[in-house]
Design a protein around this ligand. Structure first.
Ligand code: OGA
Ligand code: MN
Length: 204
């Protein structure tokens, strides 16, 4: 068996210890590039739609991204490759941490220059389904001067800025960490993903 380029066990123990972690190597460089190329082409073709928050209205004051949800049974090859890797991670987290994660949902997101996402929690009100948030970044040659960090607010009152470099995977516990997307000076592409448990309080 070939050694896996992603350390599932390390991701699980960091998540258990700190509630969040950044890990490289989920996808190969070629797979990451294929996702970036597709995301940019779909955005150019206006196939990404302004994101919604909670109720059925767009709230560009809160978030300025456009998204495309991955649809089971209708995924492109790059999307399918991503979905398989993130599902392998879901299963590894179940095995190591007994989290009871039953499914993943993912979308491409593009933030145009100046767009961001105000400080928020990924748990929707009255719905505890989202347990682990995963964000995978697609941007080649990202510089810190480009802005666009994901700002993760820690429980001790400090924060960490994670830059959206191609190949970076950020994991954090959805219920625990408020975060924001800071505006950038260039287009910023990511895949946002949530690993879900069978929801107790869900109304939908
Ligand atoms: C989200 C989110 C972060 C990012 O979609 O909820 O916080 O870096 N995205 O794209
Ligand atoms: Mn979020």
């Amino acid at each position: 068996m070939t050694t896996d380029r992603f350390d599932f066990k390390a991701a699980a123990s960091l998540l258990a210890a700190d509630g969040w972690c950044v890990q490289p190597g989920l996808m190969s460089a070629a797979q990451t590039q294929a996702l970036a190329t597709e995301c940019a082409a779909m955005h150019d073709a206006k196939l990404l739609l302004p994101a919604r928050t909670g109720a059925a209205h767009t709230a560009s004051a809160l978030r300025g991204d456009s998204t495309h949800w991955f649809v089971t049974g209708a995924m492109s090859a790059p999307q399918q490759a991503f979905a398989e890797r993130i599902d392998a991670l879901r299963i590894a987290l179940n095995r190591e941490l007994m989290l009871g994660l039953v499914e993943c949902e993912s979308h491409y997101a593009v933030y145009r220059p100046g767009a961001g996402y105000a400080r928020h929690l990924d748990r929707l009100r009255d719905n505890d389904a989202r347990v682990v948030s995963a964000v995978f970044y697609l941007n080649e040659n990202w510089q810190e001067t480009d802005g666009g960090a994901l700002r993760l607010y820690l429980e001790d009152g400090t924060h960490r800025d994670i830059y959206p470099h191609a190949g970076t995977l950020l994991l954090f516990l959805s219920a625990q960490f408020e975060h924001a997307v800071l505006p950038a000076t260039r287009d910023r592409m990511s895949i946002a993903c949530w690993m879900r448990q069978r929801s107790l309080g869900a109304t939908t």
